[in-house]
Write a protein that binds this ligand. Structure first.
Ligand code: GLN
Length: 489
């Protein structure tokens, strides 16, 4: 293998090669670090990188390999983490000025899980402030760019993680998904993103946005790596009361499987009118591939309430955000404004510390929870959520998985949607149902559209059926043919 190709190789293949003595972890790491140094000034995916630590972790893994000791897949391998996960001793900004200098005193459970396998943290990635956004333009620090087209956004809010994976700046990454923040940037950047079943992965130590919707997951260049990473972060955690108290199944049993006879649902009443022609065509092509070659049964299903999912999501997410962000008061965490007067200090710290989108959501969230409006908005949203869950449950009595586009379009231009929040919110229509219902979702590359931009496809499955996503996603990845996008860096 030429050194030039290293970052194009899946993590699991590089792991095999290093065990066979064909490549070293140090070589892999140096190649990746070199790319970051040369190219991340164009993509701007990282808030911070840790080259020395990554180098040391790689050296340690190589020493163990030399001694013939067992080495895990991710041991010493450069991975990236969205800067919303607490990693002990690092600054965890959440893309916000209010936490600009906040140093994490402990590890998030998922970080602990990765540390158990001696992973290598190459850097922490950029995000929309507190994960609120679809474009990475709400980061308090800088914008990130799509490595396939630098005029475009990488998506959000885990846009830094998706861009870093796509650009070959890491071999996999962690993100969070409250309403699509792993799946949509994965789609925009041509990588794989998994939002697991709610509760499969601990939320402890991850800054909360909408706690009943938030779920951490993985991004990688291929389904197998994203799955193997997920396997390493998943599991019951007593520190997260919503964590599922069941052993995690071995998801890798779903690799390289036949999908003949599976039933895949297409939501008949899902409004695709907002989709671009290329996204619609790609969706139809993927359905045809699944039925012609995959021999699955494509079934029409109905989820009548789904048209209200986006509005419901934004009410619930903002309500929870207004409560979760209450803790940033200038006293306990992060930025503190100067003032002699306590009330003034709270006010000023929040006024100067939060960006516009966060403030907007705190205000709206407080409004929908306030006496007089609670029933009209929040309570109604909860009723819609219950119906949505019921209707998905009924659908999963008939089908094994559901397929939809990830987003109505490919990545949009930087600055294009910045003045119209509603327009951006409406683009979340296909991803938010999974968060409102807690079911798992996967986004994977399905083709390339105009302007060299990747097009993604979304798979959904019933609670706890994350393995079905892996089975179908892995099959699709092996069978989708045709051109792929070329990096612009
Ligand atoms: N775009 C959605 C929002 O802004 C989703 C964000 C997320 O999943 N964190 O709320």
């Amino acid at each position: 293998m030429s050194g030039l190709d290293i970052h194009n190789q899946p993590l699991h293949k590089l792991h095999k090669q290093r065990l066979a003595g064909e490549i070293s972890t140090v070589e892999i790491t140096e190649h990746i670090l070199d790319r970051i140094k040369k190219l991340d000034n164009q993509v701007k995916s990282f808030i911070v990188t840790y080259p020395e630590e990554a180098h040391q972790a790689a050296q340690k893994a190589d020493d163990k390999i030399k001694k013939g000791e067992p080495v895990d897949l991710i041991e010493g391998m450069p991975l990236a983490i969205k800067d919303i996960f607490n990693v002990e001793g690092t600054i965890t900004t959440c893309g916000s000025k209010i936490l600009e200098n906040y140093r994490s005193p402990y590890d998030a459970t998922v970080v602990k899980n990765l540390k158990r396998h001696n992973f290598s943290l190459v850097g922490k990635t950029n995000l929309d402030e507190f994960a609120m956004g679809s474009n990475n333009e709400n980061s308090a620090f800088f914008k990130s760019y799509n490595p396939y087209n630098l005029d475009c956004v990488p998506g959000g809010s885990s846009g830094g993680s998706a861009a870093a994976v796509a650009a070959g700046f890491c071999l996999g990454a962690l993100g969070t998904d409250t309403g699509g923040s792993i799946r949509q940037p994965a789609s925009f950047c041509g990588v794989v993103g998994i939002k697991p079943t709610y509760g499969l992965v601990s939320r402890y130590g991850i800054a909360a946005y909408g706690s009943s919707l938030d779920q951490a997951g993985t991004l990688a260049s291929n389904v197998k790596d994203a799955t193997l990473l997920l396997q390493r972060i998943a599991g019951y955690d007593e520190h997260d009361p919503t964590s599922i108290k069941l052993p995690v199944a071995d998801l890798s049993t779903n690799f390289d499987q036949d999908i003949t006879g599976l039933k895949i649902g297409v939501i008949d009443n899902l409004d695709l009118s907002s989709c671009s022609k290329e996204v619609r065509e790609n969706f139809q092509q993927t359905l045809k591939l699944l039925s012609d070659k995959g021999k699955v049964e494509i079934k029409k299903i109905n989820i009548p309430i789904i048209e209200h999912a986006t509005a419901t999501y934004y009410i619930i997410a903002m309500a929870e955000a207004s409560s979760n962000l209450g803790r940033y008061d200038g006293i306990r965490y992060g930025f503190r404004a100067e003032s002699e007067n306590l009330t003034e200090l709270y006010k000023k710290s929040r006024e100067l510390g939060f960006g516009d989108e966060a403030k907007f959501r705190i205000l709206l969230g407080t409004f929908v929870l306030s006496a007089g409006y609670y029933d009209a908005y929040y309570k109604k949203a909860q009723k819609v959520q219950i119906l949505l869950r019921k209707q998905f449950k009924q659908a999963f009595n008939q089908v094994d998985a559901v397929i939809t586009p990830v987003a109505p379009t490919t990545a949009f231009k930087v600055g294009e949607n910045i003045t119209d929040p509603l327009k951006i919110y409406l683009t979340d229509a296909f991803t938010v149902p999974a968060n409102l219902t807690g079911i798992p979702g996967m986004s994977l590359p399905a083709g390339v559209g105009n302007n060299n931009l990747p097009i993604g496809i979304q798979l959904l499955a019933d609670h706890g059926k994350d393995g079905t996503l892996v089975k179908v996603g892995d099959w699709l990845e092996r069978n989708i043919e045709g051109p792929t996008a070329n990096l612009a860096i």
